[in-house]
Write a protein that binds this ligand. Structure first.
Ligand code: ADP
Ligand code: MG
Length: 244
């Protein structure tokens, strides 16, 4: 078997005396799509944030693409370029057009020239179906369109891994489908993805694996069929029953 794209070993994270992650072990293969589910406060966002070092682990190892992020000598910026992240709130730059939102990080972080950044921006706007919004400002877009711009912005950096933290939770229900369709396309294109979501239909249809977290540990880890349809643990069953 080839090397996993993401390896997490005995990961712990505390905020003061709040011990949030209590020993997470997880391997994610290249091209695998893993949905992370679990109650509010169980540590899902903290786990994702430890995978791109938005949070510094208290203990344990995180390895992405063979680079140990938790090595004190690691070039964090170089690693972060390989990991795209999409948040519940889209975090677009409001004073920049859609194209400028996509070109600015490429130019600043990757040092691409104007023409190359614009070309990559156009390619990725096309991927998310928003070519016609290239010159628009974020405030003129729907929430679903803004989130697709945020995804295109992350993709324009050429990441090896994409992390999604409840990307559809802030959207009106009728806008959720377009964002999920873009994520489904990415999954089919072979992107390695970790997706925190409450969208069980998406998890069932798109995820290779589903992880149920509770109290800072992984309670259940298996295929969607195993975890969603036939959960083995009472805590998983209880959580799922409340979603329905
Ligand atoms: P989830 O995403 O599953 O809802 P989180 O990872 O956001 O859970 O939060 C888990 C716990 O960590 C909560 O108790 C939360 O208050 C705490 N927490 C998360 N981020 C911080 C932070 N930056 N500072 C202090 N406590 C935090
Ligand atoms: Mg969260």
């Amino acid at each position: 078997m080839s090397r996993p794209e993401i390896e997490i070993r005995d990961l712990h994270k505390s905020f003061g005396d709040n011990h949030v992650l209590r020993g997470i072990d997880l391997e994610i293969a290249q091209g695998e799509v893993v949905c992370v589910i679990g109650p509010s406060g169980s540590g899902k966002s903290t786990l994702l944030r430890c995978v791109n070092l938005l949070e510094e682990p208290t203990k344990g190892q995180v390895v992405v693409g063979g680079t140990e992020l938790t090595d004190p000598d690691v070039d964090i910026d170089a690693v972060r370029r390989r990991i795209g992240m999409v948040f519940q709130q889209f975090n677009l730059f409001p004073h920049l057009t859609v194209t400028e939102n996509l070109t600015l990080p490429q130019r600043r972080v990757l040092r691409r020239d104007r023409a190359q950044a614009a070309k990559v921006a156009a390619e990725n706007l096309e991927r998310v179906g928003l070519t016609e919004k290239a010159s628009a400002y974020p405030s003129s877009l729907s929430g679903g369109q803004q989130q697709r711009v945020a995804i295109a912005r992350a993709l324009a950096m050429g990441p090896e891994v994409m992390l999604f933290d409840e990307p559809t939770s802030a959207l009106d229900p009728e806008l959720v489908g377009d964002v999920l369709a873009v994520m489904r396309m990415l999954a089919q294109d072979g992107m390695t993805m970790m997706v925190v979501t409450h969208e069980m239909t998406f998890a069932r249809e798109v995820a290779d694996r589903v992880i149920f977290m509770d109290g800072g540990v992984i309670v259940e880890d298996g295929s969607p069929e195993q975890v969603i349809t036939n959960p083995q643990h009472e805590r998983t069953r209880h959580f799922l029953s409340r979603l329905l």
